[in-house]
Design a binder for this molecule. Structure first.
Ligand code: ZN
Length: 342
């Protein structure tokens, strides 16, 4: 094969199927668990899913990977099916201290060919059960430093880098601890260009985040309102008009028509350019006598990662949506929010 070296030098590394290129034509990339990927190669993406989450674990920021075959064999077929549906990238939203396991993500990415992106940041929802103690005594600036270290040097000693920031807050106006971690998220996003996705309890919380963003001169075009389905149409429309990304990330079989209605409302207000869709699917993992036990999230989907393709899209087409609009929601919007400038 003849090879021409142009002005643009491409470095292609083949990780057993997940092809990773070091630089994109427009100078932007996403950071996957296997390295930089040119943003134009990201393809169709799910921006809020999980592989495994350990709801009993608060000890490790990142879970040691023990190469567990049973876990890999359980999950791999679902990722291969996702690939067969035309998806190429999955953003894994399990935060530090809740069983984030980047070694497992790397292995599954290599075997499936799905690009997987992991995150940095802390989760203060669920009564702050998963927050490490040092959050209570350190400033936003110091917290930001620890996440910036993951950005610069990788997560623990794995050599895996985060591709976005994932935080969690509860309902209502942000309290002082929530404010502290959200401000740390602003600092890290401003310095790195990474998107800031915040698990948000309700509409009052996102309003409070918006006020804090204004006070800290943070551009809300980099902010994802995670779980925006837990609010009203008016709240979603108002925040989308301010530039915040609206993440309807719990699409499921049992509440399909509610999701159709939420998406249609945004379309009616010409706000599809701020919409992100996902399932929030995944498995919870526990260990019994040293053996891993996996259980699908009880979120209304009997099989993970497929309700959008196999059910929701059909309903949206029936409601008059075009292929271009679907591509905007599943390809262009994820690209815009997740792209990091080289
Ligand atoms: Zn989630």
């Amino acid at each position: 094969m003849k090879c021409k070296i142009g002005v643009l030098v491409w470095v292609l590394l083949n990780f057993g199927g997940a092809l990773v290129s070091a630089q994109g034509e427009n100078g932007a990339h996403i950071m996957t668990v296997n390295g930089k990927l040119a943003v134009e190669d990201m393809g169709k993406a799910l921006i809020h899913e999980h592989i495994v989450t350990n709801f009993g674990s608060t000890e490790y920021p990142n879970q040691p990977f023990e190469g567990d075959q049973k876990v890999i064999e359980t999950i791999l077929p679902y990722l291969l099916h996702l690939k067969s549906l035309g998806f190429t990238t999955l953003f894994e939203c399990t935060p530090s201290h809740i069983g984030k396991n980047v070694g497992l993500l790397q292995e599954l990415s290599k075997r499936s060919g799905i690009h997987i992106v992991t995150n940095t940041g802390y989760y203060a929802a669920v009564d702050k059960k998963y927050l490490p103690e040092h959050v209570y005594t350190e400033s936003s600036e110091i917290l930001a430093e620890s996440w910036l270290t993951e950005w610069q040097k990788g997560i623990s000693d794995t050599g895996v880098y985060p591709g976005f920031i994932k935080l969690g807050v509860g309902k209502g106006t942000l309290d002082s601890i929530e404010q502290k971690i959200v401000k740390a998220g602003f600092i890290v996003s401003k310095k790195t260009g990474m998107a800031l996705a915040i698990h948000t309890g309700d509409g009052a919380s996102i309003k409070s985040q918006y006020q804090l963003a204004l006070a800290n001169n943070f551009n809300v075009n980099r902010l994802i309102w995670t779980h925006a389905q837990n609010a009203t149409d008016d709240e979603r429309i108002s925040m989308a008009q301010k530039g915040i990304w609206i993440s309807l990330d719990g699409v499921n079989e049992t509440k399909l028509e509610a999701y159709v209605a939420m998406v249609v409302k945004l379309k009616e207000r010409s706000l599809l350019n701020r919409l992100l869709l996902s399932h929030d699917d995944g498995w919870s993992i526990t260990h019994l006598n040293g053996q891993p036990k996996l259980e699908l999230f009880k979120n209304g989907n009997s099989r993970p990662y497929r309700t959008i393709s196999e059910k929701l899209m059909k309903r949206l087409f029936e409601k008059g949506f075009t292929q271009d609009q679907m591509d905007m929601i599943l390809v262009e919007n994820p690209k815009q929010i997740m792209a990091i400038q080289d």
